[in-house]
Design a protein around this ligand. Structure first.
Ligand SMILES: [Zn+2]
Length: 313
């Protein structure tokens, strides 16, 4: 289940970033499990663009301190890749930044609300978070420039990980900040988005033809990840179709299935939530349509032996 795959102890926020292309940095937080996201930043002569914030006050401050080891320029633009709190709760610690995001992110942030301990996860020290959603929004794409370097923030075009996913693409460098459309080493999480839509989103990423991908969780990777994730998504669809045909609930199906090559991905209990979404799509629910989230969450806990899922944020 979830916890035994993690080494014992907690995961401290890193104090350094990795330069993946000239002036473009990935900030990778181990181990990439629940609520431990990646961010990144692009450094210009007179300002910085940040891609996402972190989940807690402590982690976002450590990230800001890391930016300050690279440049003394202020963060003038903060891009959110989607509404999830691990990418947006720290937004309020960027007082000099215009916060940019796909229009639907605002609704997602408002719907989830302020950070709080929930039965799904082990408790977290969130800090004094104030919700600060994007206040410059777009519906398809927006260009941001780092000096003369063009970047594009693109809505992925379909519900996938959520209903409001976007990526930051740097065409001249073939660097992609994918948000949570790509997990590297963690189980994809499709409960709040779409299983079939994720395949569309991954195809779109393949079309971009990136060389370097900074995923939303897990180590920096390359385009080979796309095929691996497509394999997982199709696996979920197949398992759902067989389970539904056999008259099993998503939880019963999850308990019976051999995760095979996906068993080593972190947070494997997400299979249950993903099956809830896949079942709903087999029943005709359009991508991103509403499902019973509480039931999906309760089943993930049940799959985890009744224990809250491990959260090291
Ligand atoms: Zn997310």
């Amino acid at each position: 289940m979830s916890s035994h795959r993690h080494p014992p102890g907690s995961f401290e926020p890193p104090r350094q970033a990795r330069e993946v292309s000239d002036g473009i940095y990935a900030y990778i937080q181990p181990d990439g499990s629940w609520w431990i996201n990646n961010t990144g930043f692009l450094v210009g002569r007179r300002g910085v663009i940040s891609v996402d914030a972190c989940a807690t006050q402590r982690r976002t401050q450590a990230y800001l301190d890391t930016i300050a080891t690279v440049t003394d320029q202020p963060v003038r633009t903060l891009v959110n890749t989607h509404h999830h709190g691990d990418h947006t709760f720290g937004n309020y610690l960027f007082p000099t930044a215009t916060i940019v995001g796909y229009e639907g992110i605002r609704e997602g942030i408002a719907a989830w609300g302020a950070p709080r301990d929930l039965p799904l996860w082990t408790p977290v020290d969130w800090g004094d978070i104030e919700l600060e959603p994007p206040f410059l929004t777009f519906t398809e794409t927006i260009k941001l420039y780092v000096d003369d370097l063009e970047t594009q923030v693109q809505y992925i075009g379909t519900p996938a990980h959520t209903t409001n996913d976007s990526v930051l693409w740097v065409p001249d460098r073939r660097v992609l900040f994918s948000g949570d459309v790509i997990f590297n080493g963690g189980t994809p999480f499709l409960v709040q988005g779409s299983v079939s839509g994720m395949l569309v989103a991954l195809a779109r990423i393949r079309e971009l033809n990136p060389e370097v991908i900074v995923p939303g969780h897990g180590p920096v990777t390359d385009p080979a990840i796309v095929e691996r994730l497509e394999g997982y998504v199709r696996f979920v669809q197949d398992v759902a179709a067989r389970g539904r045909a056999a008259g099993l609930t998503p939880l019963e199906t999850a308990r019976e299935v051999d995760l095979g090559e996906y068993a080593d991905l972190l947070d494997s209990e997400r299979i249950v939530g993903n099956l809830h979404r896949a079942y709903a799509e087999l029943d005709g629910l359009p991508p991103g349509g509403p499902i019973n989230l509480q039931a999906a969450i309760a089943d993930m806990i049940a799959f985890n032996g009744g224990q809250p899922l491990s959260c090291y944020a």
